[in-house]
Design a protein around this ligand. Structure first.
Ligand code: NAP
Length: 288
């Protein structure tokens, strides 16, 4: 059996085309396009490349895009002041601070300083609370992208056993909550989980968000499972990017799988654009 591959790249392209088609309507109705600002502090190569892609995506769909590159030496106070300025800017709809930040800056403080209404990453404590309370929130992009991929593949999590490996605030935890809200029976596994393969073999839907190269091997997967690979890891052997899943043998056993690259990554970026539109529309509709 060879698994069906859900192409995040293709689905993301569809989403971007839909957004791009609507931007001229927004301009007509509200007088301007959505505007996304991305702040990068320092010169971490992976962060620089993510920030560049986010700016490019925004421009491709016709948004206004601002990228602010700040030196590594930027102080927390300076960054907070810049964020306060962006919060107050009526012509700006989304503010994203690329993580991780340099060690001398308190990430939690910075995230909490972004206006909840402009928090396109969905990391603000009030957006996190809203997700857990099932009230209107900006949902974090990566798990939101995964849910969109499941829907695209016609997979309804209701009644299914879902196992999420990873319990980070940005991926594992919100992922587990979204699967729970979709009526899956969810287990969250982590580094202290005992006999992980026995746990993962129970999964109808297995989401790997670990950050370890080829961590999920075929013996950990139930035949016919849906396997979602969130991980992004560089293999020192060839310098290329791979997921957390040992793709070829797992694809032989799974019914559905997502590739890396071209899977969850592009969907995360597409959902960032969607979140920007959401923030823009909420703001414009509040005004009218
Ligand atoms: P993270 O904060 O480092 O969390 C990793 C999680 O994996 C932790 O909960 C950790 O458990 C768990 N873990 C580590 N070793 C384990 C083991 N041996 N057995 C079981 N669980 C283990 O990472 P993250 O930010 O969630 O990201 C996870 C991966 O997704 C990374 O590769 C990251 O690059 C990728 N990512 C991709 C996208 C995308 O758009 N494609 C977006 C975000 C992140 P403990 O809690 O016990 O430490």
């Amino acid at each position: 059996m060879a698994a069906e591959v859900i192409s995040g790249k293709d689905l993301a392209r569809e989403i971007k085309e839909e957004i791009a088609a609507k931007v001229p309507e927004y301009v007509k109705e509200y007088g301007r396009a959505p505007h996304l600002a991305v702040i990068l502090v320092g010169e971490d190569p992976a962060s620089m490349s993510y920030v560049k892609s986010k700016g490019k995506d925004a421009e491709q769909v016709g948004f206004r895009s601002t990228t602010l590159r700040l030196p590594e030496t930027t102080s927390e106070e300076e960054l907070l002041e810049i964020i306060a300025g962006m919060n107050a800017d009526d012509e700006l709809d989304g503010v994203l601070v690329q993580l991780p930040l340099p060690k001398h800056i308190d990430e939690d403080r910075v995230i909490a300083a972004i206006s909840k209404e402009k928090d396109v990453d969905g990391f603000h404590p009030l957006n996190v609370a809203a997700l857990w309370q099932k009230t209107e929130c900006i949902a974090p992009c990566t798990p939101k992208g995964v849910m969109r991929m499941l829907a695209k593949a016609g997979i309804n999590p209701e009644g299914k056993r879902a196992v999420v490996i990873g319990r980070s605030n940005i991926v594992g935890l919100p992922m587990s909550k979204m699967l729970l809200d979709a009526n899956a029976t969810v287990t969250v596994a982590h580094s202290r989980t005992k006999d992980l393969p026995a746990v993962t073999r129970e999964a109808d839907i297995l989401v790997a968000a670990v950050g370890r190269l080829r961590f999920v091997t075929a013996d950990m997967v139930k035949p016919g499972a849906v396997v979602i690979d969130v991980g992004v890891n560089r293999d020192p052997a060839d310098g290329k990017l791979y997921g957390d899943v040992d793709y070829i043998p797992v694809a032989e056993k799974a019914s559905v799988i997502t590739p890396v690259p071209g899977g969850v990554g592009p969907m995360t970026r597409a959902c960032l654009l969607e979140n920007t539109v959401e923030c823009f529309l909420r703001k414009m509709n509040k005004k009218n």
